[in-house]
Design a protein around this ligand. Structure first.
Ligand code: ATP
Ligand code: MG
Length: 577
């Protein structure tokens, strides 16, 4: 793990609302904004933006940026725009735009009517480019992409000037207009800024501003065949929108000089760019390129596969936005890259779900229990609260009868010491129902338990001891005749190693996929679960947090395991250490 230099948590006090920094230390970005407000630099305005490129679905890394940009705006009484950075016509799709909108809204981002597209500015950006040409600050270059790379030099060697660098303003204007008119093919010409081919900052060595792409754009159709480059577009879009603080990830640190150069040269309004560290999380990849590959090659079922670190995948898995916001708040902001443990996210998820989900009973690996002294055909309705500490959740009636199912794992033929659940001769409490004692286990020829013959104590109604005798174990159960069959999907990490990006020679991150990341089981649920809707979250008692999946049908509901009850990962890791 990389050292965490200069890490200031955005919030320190537990129980502080995500993003609420009123009472706690400020991170370096919020400190900077506070200083700018004090000096009146932006007239006390705070205006940020979240600028996704619509070329994939948003992931956990974007959550950090969303919480930061929208959070800062909210805390300082400012505004945050949603801006689609759509300058690459070949990789962008409206499907992505729609998903991004949905995901940002889900995470709590509010942008009102400030939904913008870099493509809305194409005309303005073009005018600015002509202005640069007229100022002698941009020129049309005929070098090929490969030649441009070659001429650029390296970190240790200066670049060389293109033979086309000193074209006259008139010639440049004429060529640039003809580029726009479609007279040239893809890659035949580019527009470059005329800055300094010997700059120690390679970004400043006459960067490309426009390229030719005869491609249809998802919003501007075939209106354009030249498209502005990201660096040029980004700073001008920020400027046009009056952004005060342009927050971006560290890899743009060298681009800041170009960002400032473009705006200063054009005499345009200049926001302040501030960089922060990208979020990396163990056992996952957070790069759109890799996530696209997982989807396109069918390693997962789609962008919203619950194993994916996409916001749509996490939503489908049952991770609440509140937990994600808390996670983003806890990890804080740093100026140096680091990797966050996945278990930290799980911690936030459990903490939230523990307080905010009803408890229900489900048996994932059923074994039958027959209560021999319980009348055949009798059914009792056991009243069970949905939440042990919060009466506002209400309660439901759970049918109890002579034949039940319990978890196979809650029985041992030969129980180890301190096994407080069911075993031959042992007594256990069925949650909220009765004490039962196992009389006999019926085995098949292979020695597998197929049925447990038990007796119950009619005096222990409600699971209360009738005479003060103690029963240590309490287990969950469902009534055989009333149980609903369901498919339950148990997820494990999508990748089997802590850093999936690091693959040995000749291998790729795909070789690090965990072949056991999904296990489907046929489970039996208490009947009340039929009333839950897709997206509803609940705790299966003693098993974990679950969420009803959109694949559910009336005949066969489907549930996703969001997370187990305890941090099994941290434990496993400790054991391994
Ligand atoms: P990727 O590397 O996955 O393709 P990107 O940075 O190209 O991501 P954009 O759509 O350009 O994706 O990202 C929108 C915003 O989200 C940017 O401001 C970017 O800095 C931020 N962002 C993307 N990934 C992360 C991350 N891992 N941690 C923090 N912020 C991120
Ligand atoms: Mg990007």
């Amino acid at each position: 793990m990389a050292p965490e230099n200069d890490t200031t948590p955005a919030t320190v006090a537990e129980g502080t609302a995500a993003g609420d920094t009123a009472k706690v230390g400020l991170d370096f970005i919020r400190t900077r904004i506070t200083e700018d407000n004090a000096s009146g630099r932006f007239g006390n305005r705070v205006h940020t933006r979240f600028p996704p490129e619509p070329n994939g679905y948003l992931h956990l890394g974007h959550a950090k940026s969303i919480c930061l940009n929208f959070g800062v705006a909210r805390e300082f009484g400012g505004l945050c725009n949603l801006r689609f950075d759509d300058t690459n016509p070949t990789k962008e799709e409206t499907e992505y735009v729609d998903s991004i909108r949905e995901d940002v809204r889900w995470l709590g981002g509010v942008w009102d009517d400030r939904e913008f597209y870099a493509s809305d500015y194409f005309e303005k950006l073009y005018d600015y480019a002509e202005q640069l040409i007229k100022m002698g600050k941009a020129y049309v270059d005929d070098l090929s992409a490969e030649e441009i790379r070659e001429y650029r030099g390296t970190l240790t060697e200066p670049g060389r000037e293109s033979p086309w660098r000193n074209r006259s303003v008139d010639e440049n204007l004429d060529l640039f207009r003809r580029m726009r008119a479609g007279e040239f093919g893809d890659g035949q010409k580019v527009l470059r800024a005329k800055i300094d081919m010997t700059s120690p900052n390679v970004v400043m060595r006459d960067p490309t501003l426009y390229r030719i792409r005869h491609a249809e754009h998802h919003r501007t159709g075939n209106k354009w065949c030249i498209y502005p480059m990201y660096d040029y577009t980004h700073c001008l879009s920020d400027s046009i929108e009056g952004i005060t603080h342009s927050l971006c990830t560290l890899e743009f640190i060298n681009n800041r000089e170009l960002y400032d150069w473009v705006l200063e040269t054009l005499g345009a309004y200049r926001p302040q760019q501030i960089e922060f560290a990208r979020l990396n999380v163990t056992y996952t990849v957070l790069s759109k390129r890799k996530l696209i590959q997982l989807v396109k090659e069918g390693h997962v079922t789609g962008w919203d596969d619950p194993r994916m670190p996409t916001l749509s995948g996490m939503r489908r898995r049952g991770i609440p936005p509140e937990a994600l916001r808390e996670f983003c708040s806890r990890i804080g902001l740093a100026r140096a890259d680091s990797t966050v443990e996945y278990s930290m996210l799980e911690f936030c998820v459990r903490e939230y779900l523990n307080e905010h989900t009803p408890r229900v009973m489900a048996v994932l690996d059923p074994v039958k229990v027959v209560i021999e002294n319980y009348p055949v055909g009798q059914v009792e309705e056991v009243d069970m609260p949905y939440h042990p500490e919060d009466a506002s959740y209400g309660s439901r009636k759970v049918p109890f009868s002579r034949e039940l199912y319990i978890e196979r794992d809650d029985f041992r033929l030969e129980p180890p010491k301190k096994f407080h659940r069911l075993a031959p001769g042992a007594e256990v409490r069925l949650r909220y129902a009765y004490f039962i004692t196992c009389r006999e286990a019926v085995l098949d020829d292979a020695g597998n338990v197929v049925e447990l013959r038990c007796v119950y104590d009619p005096e222990s109604k409600g699971g209360q001891s009738p005479d003060g005798r103690k029963v240590k174990g309490t287990i969950h159960w469902v009534s055989a005749a009333h149980a609903i069959p369901a498919e339950v999907r148990l997820y494990d990490q999508l990748f089997a190693v802590e850093n999936p990006n690091a693959a040995p020679e000749g291998k790729t991150f795909l070789d690090n996929l965990n072949p056991e990341s999904l296990t489907k089981v046929e489970a039996l649920l208490e009947p009340a679960l039929a009333t839950f809707k897709a997206g509803d979250k609940m705790q299966f008692e003693r098993l974990g947090y679950y969420c009803k999946d959109k694949d559910s049908t009336d005949a066969k509901p489907v549930f996703n395991r969001t997370t187990t009850l305890r941090d099994t990962w941290a434990k496993l890791e400790k054991k391994g250490a």
